[in-house]
Every structure is written in structure tokens, then in C-alpha cells.
Design a protein around this ligand. Structure first.
Ligand code: MG
Length: 249
């Protein structure tokens, strides 16, 4: 069931989402070669508590940290570790959420450490473009599959693999609500988009094939071919005037 949000609820979600956006920007500014993924998690958690919010992912179905941090061939749900030292040429997916005033905000970005190969830079750029092309389709009267089709068309035009096993989602008082927002078209048009929908749209795009697997820790998703993967996400609200990106400073 899709929970339509009132104007008041969307106002509250702006607050939660703004905190997410501000913290992601601070993570992007502080990430560097030599930092560990656990360092980034600690920064995210400290900033969250300072803003009187609650980390959304810590403890979610047993996830052990505040930040999902996924390096290179890791697609999503990477677990921060003091042993994982970031190095020049890495790409790092930062996926972060908070709970504030009872509502969730959720966003992700992929950042480069130093110099990355041109084909990997292209992957990161195209994945971010996929997100924005998807958001453009999130207008009243369109269908959820129009969002999916926008991601699929742009990723496939660039010969990248689209991760099938994970997808975007409705968001509100729960982290994952209806409807699912797939990154490819599957099973018809899906629900018609209406004002009051709040969605987390999140393309996960691979340089190689679409195949992924979950590592022995039960969380970390990696590409099956070992090639890099990129991930961008925004929480957006659909208003009568179209989409509003909530996780934007
Ligand atoms: Mg999400």
C-alpha cells in the first residue's frame, strides 16, 4: 500500500532529508586517500548525533554501522572497516540515511579518490545522469515504470549493466515503503504517480555485466565480474508542480 504524504509530512521529510544531504556533502569534503571506511562511518555518526537525528541504517535488520560504504566492485551495503584503507583511484559509494521527527531520509553518491580511469569516471557520470533523468519522469500522471525506463534507456545506451536485485522504494515513516522503484522495466507500468508520493530513486550501475553476488558477511553486494559499480540516490517528493529533490542542500 502506498502512503500518500500530506504537505505537513513532506515538510517534516524536508528536515530529515536536508540532514542527510548536509552530512553527505561533509563526507564528500572529508574523504581522502589514507582514510579508512570506518573513519567515514564515525564522521557520519558524529554529525548525525550533533544534528539530533538517528542513523537510519545502524541496527536495520542487523546492519552494524551508520554508513553503507561500498568501494570499487562493491555495489551497495558495504560494511565500514578499520582495515579498508582508501587509495588513489578508488570510487566510493556513500549511502546514508537518518530518522528525524519520525521520518526517514535516504540518499547516496559515488565519489572518486584522486585520479580514476576515464571509463570509471564515465560510469560515475552516467549513473548520476540516470538518477536525474529518472527524477524528470517522476511527475503526476506518469507511471513508476517511466522512472525505471529512463534509467534503463540511459544505462543501456552506454552499454552498462543495470543491477536487478536491488531497487529504489517509497519512503516515509518506514525506510522501505511501497512502491518499489526498479531501475529497469519489468511487469507492466506500475502505479500511477500522484502528488504525495515520496520516493527514494537509486540507480546502481555496473561497468561490466549486471550480475552481482552477496559476500560471506551477508551484506556486501559485489559485482560478479569484479568490475566497478556506481550508485546515486535522492529522496524526492512528488508535488502538483512535479518532483522536488528533498536530499539536496
Ligand atoms: Mg534507499
Amino acid at each position: 500500500m502506498i502512503h500518500l504524504k500530506s504537505a505537513k509530512e513532506i515538510e517534516t521529510m524536508r528536515g530529515a532529508s536536508r540532514i542527510v544531504a548536509e552530512i553527505l556533502l561533509q563526507l564528500r569534503e572529508s574523504i581522502r586517500e589514507g582514510a579508512t571506511t570506518a573513519d567515514m562511518d564515525r564522521i557520519a555518526e558524529d554529525l548525525t548525533l550533533k544534528k539530533k537525528a538517528t542513523p537510519a541504517f545502524k541496527g536495520y535488520r542487523g546492519f552494524p554501522a551508520s554508513l553503507c560504504i561500498s568501494v570499487n566492485d562493491q555495489v551497495v551495503h558495504g560494511i565500514p572497516s578499520p582495515k579498508r584503507i582508501l587509495k588513489n583511484g578508488d570510487i566510493v559509494g556513500l549511502d546514508f540515511g537518518v530518522i528525524y521527527d519520525g521520518y526517514y531520509g535516504d540518499a547516496a553518491m559515488t565519489v572518486a579518490i584522486g585520479q580514476i580511469p576515464p571509463e570509471v569516471a564515465h560510469l560515475v557520470k552516467v549513473t548520476e545522469q540516470c538518477l536525474h533523468k529518472a527524477i524528470e519522469q517522476a511527475i503526476p500522471g506518469n507511471f513508476i515504470s517511466d522512472i525505471s525506463a529512463a534509467v534503463q534507456k540511459h544505462a543501456e545506451a552506454n552499454n552498462f549493466g543495470i543491477v536487478r536485485e536491488f531497487c529504489g522504494h517509497g519512503i516515509g515513516r518506514s525506510l522501505h515503503e511501497d512502491p518499489p522503484v526498479l531501475n529497469y522495466v519489468h511487469n507492466g507500468k506500475g502505479p500511477k504517480i500522484k502528488p504525495g508520493f515520496v520516493l527514494a530513486i537509486e540507480p546502481m550501475i555496473n561497468l561490466g555485466t549486471d550480475k552481482v553476488k552477496v559476500q560471506a558477511d551477508g551484506w556486501t553486494v559485489v559485482t560478479a565480474d569484479g568490475k566497478p559499480s556506481a550508485h546515486f540516490e535522492h529522496t524526492i517528493a512528488i508535488t502538483a508542480n512535479g518532483p522536488e529533490i528533498l536530499t539536496k542542500v
